[in-house]
Design a protein around this ligand. Sequence first.
Ligand SMILES: Nc1ncnc2c1ncn2[C@@H]1O[C@H](COP(=O)(O)OP(=O)(O)OP(=O)(O)O)[C@@H](O)[C@H]1O
Length: 260
Amino acid sequence: MSALLELQGVGISFGGLRAVDDLSFSVTEGQIVGLIGPNGAGKTTVFNMITGVYRPKTGRVLWQGREITGAKPARIARLGLRRTFQTIRLFAEMSVFENVQAGCHLAARQHWWEGLLGLPGQRREEAELAARTHEILRRLDLDGVADAPATSLPYGVQRRVELARTLAGQPKLIILDEPAAGLNDAESAALNETIFMIRETGVTILLVEHDMNVVMRVSDHVVVINFGRKIAEGDAATVRADPAVIEAYLGREDAEEVAA
Ligand SMILES: Nc1ncnc2c1ncn2[C@@H]1O[C@H](COP(=O)(O)OP(=O)(O)OP(=O)(O)O)[C@@H](O)[C@H]1O
């Protein structure tokens, strides 16, 4: 399988601080890759360099083998690389169905004048969008709340609606920004299932998470960063046993105690 997304020696500084330094890793099509690191490790900065918010000072970002370093966020989204947000951004006055359908519209191929004229192309497209929306709601177990006002639902369900809306844009790769943040244990367990289900639909996943346990349970491949540099990479078991990872997460003294 080929790399969908690849970072080659990517780095950026803020003032004198090297926030991300010479970072390389790739995300293969069909994989769930976890990017983890303690607070301040540089995860958000990596995220922002992939999605076009920041331009890396060094290195290259490749999408399906082509360089996208420094491309604008809208172009990157159009290529099929979409992100979720930690904060809920649902339209409060709209139903779950309408919120998810709004995500479909971002990916619609329709020209504005087709909409104005009510041409057959537009009607066909609308029927396709409605069908796609229903399918996503069904897969994410949201069909029972399709007509509910989105923001009336429990927090964990609202997070799932956000995911559904992002999927409606038909991404090839989805970057999840700390999807477990604020979830209770039951919601967190349900999230694992949702992540596997998303992968089953053919969407590749980059999971950016602070919580090591969530990442370890679902990822095929884990990349660990600390102080902006990659300190370990491999499958969950390998990474979990890596002394550098234990030290980064627990601190040197605790890590020595664990080792003893
Ligand atoms: N725009 C900025 N200007 C200055 N410094 C920044 C900026 N963005 C990030 N940094 C610094 O870069 C380092 C990496 O920050 P980043 O937010 O990427 O870490 P993180 O791993 O996402 O942390 P957290 O888990 O706490 O969100 C930190 O020291 C942070 O203070």
